[in-house]
Write a protein that binds this ligand. Structure first.
Ligand code: OGA
Ligand code: ZN
Length: 387
């Protein structure tokens, strides 16, 4: 139950320049950095890194937040340890707090909030024929290989793994390299042919338009892995659409539709097979900075909901535009999933679908949680900093 009050320390050597009390706040500057930042005394005491306030092993908070005086003030502000630590002695009790300069710098950058990663939005033209891809061997070999593959997925919203042994076991091992295989109504590792084992279009040979999975789930699967283990027939190509690219297009071309799509929460449900799952998401969810967080779009699974008629009509108009763009070949890439090539994609960003097919098609795959993928990337990146 590691719950770090301290965020991961950023790269580079962060060295303090000045620290002083100004207008009741502690203002800090760093060597070689232009920006200064101000920290509230109460916040500083609450985030003290000294052993008495932050457990050295668990990194969990030890300080009793609720006994800190609301008007707490420093008696002394000291730049220490070769300017890599700030010490503050508190006026009311004489206790000494410590703060690594890198911790203060890190928090000052994003206020402790997650920020959207660097992403390359794509459409058919910009993606071209060369899809992000790595060999299964490299991904499985070491952390550096896995990090490169996951970074591709983070950047493009998907990546392929070539040379993956065409078995459920090997696909599972690849999925587990990333995170836990998620248990859902479809099982953990799932596989299907057109046998209608579940009441879902997946289990038929008909075409499936671009969508994200699990719109009926409060925490829609963050990532999905597909591996086609056998195909003997015609059709059945897979389609991918960068949902953030489409969202960006609408943001620029139709701000009214964008407002509707990013605000109206659309309920979805899975009813049958002994469950009744229900959740609601905006089609385009934004984070606290207005960056893209999650696309949740599956017109097949939308549940009944109503809004006042003018708003409802605005919703249908915006939905139509969204659907038109996600089905526009200009935004779509296609590929034939074949034995040996596994696909990992961001189900919060990249919509997927498949063409109708005739013949035999056997697909296996897994859902992964967003938090586990993100955690793996953080851990791999932190490990890389140390080497
Ligand atoms: C699905 C789905 C794609 C496929 O089951 O939700 O998108 O290739 N299937 O069968
Ligand atoms: Zn799907």
């Amino acid at each position: 139950m590691l719950n770090p009050v301290a965020d991961t320390v950023p790269t580079g050597d962060i060295v303090l320049n000045t620290a002083r009390l100004i207008d009741g706040e502690v203002e800090v500057t760093w060597k070689g950095k232009l920006a200064s930042s101000r920290f509230a005394p109460f916040w500083l005491r609450d985030h003290c890194h000294a052993k008495h306030s932050l457990h050295a092993d668990t990194l969990q908070r030890q300080v009793d937040t609720f006994s800190i005086p609301i008007d707490i003030m420093p008696a002394q502000i000291i730049i220490a340890d070769g300017s890599r630590n700030l010490h503050i002695v508190w006026k009311h009790d004489g206790v000494r707090s410590e703060f690594p300069s890198a911790f203060l710098w890190s928090v000052a950058q994003t206020e402790g909030r997650e920020v959207a990663p660097r992403r390359l939005l794509w459409d058919r033209g910009s993606m071209g024929e060369q899809f992000p891809s790595m060999s299964h061997e490299q991904i499985m070999a070491d952390d550096a290989g896995l990090l490169r593959w996951l970074s591709l997925v983070e950047e493009h919203g998907f990546a392929l793994a070539t040379g993956t042994p065409p078995s459920i076991e090997a696909t599972q091992a690849l999925a587990k390299r990333v995170g836990y295989v998620r248990e859902t109504i479809f099982g953990g590792m799932w596989d299907f042919t057109a046998n209608l084992a579940f009441k879902d279009t997946a289990y038929t040979p008909v075409a499936i338009g671009p969508h994200t999975d699990g719109t009926y789930s409060i925490d829609s699967p963050g990532f999905q892995m597909f591996h086609c283990l056998k195909f003997d027939g015609t059709g059945g190509e897979s389609t991918l659409v960068d949902g953030f690219r489409v969202a960006d297009q609408i943001r620029k071309s139709d701000p009214i539709a964008f407002e509707v799509l990013s605000t109206v929460k659309v309920p979805a449900q899975y009813l049958g097979d002994g469950v009744h799952l229900k959740a609601e998401h905006p089609i385009i969810a934004l984070d606290h900075n207005g960056d893209y967080l999650q696309i949740a779009y599956n017109n097949y699974d939308r549940a009944p909901f109503r809004l006042p008629t003018p708003r409802m009509n605005a919703f249908y108009k915006a939905l139509k535009l969204f659907n038109q763009l996600v089905n526009d070949p200009a935004y779509e890439i296609t590929m034939r999933l074949a034995p040996g090539t596994a696909l990992l994609f961001d189900n919060w960003r990249t919509m997927h679908g498949r063409r109708a097919y005739q013949g035999f098609r056997w697909l296996c795959g897994a859902y992964l949680n967003k938090e586990d993928f993100d955690s793996k990337l953080r851990v791999l990146r932190a490990g890389q900093q140390k080497t």
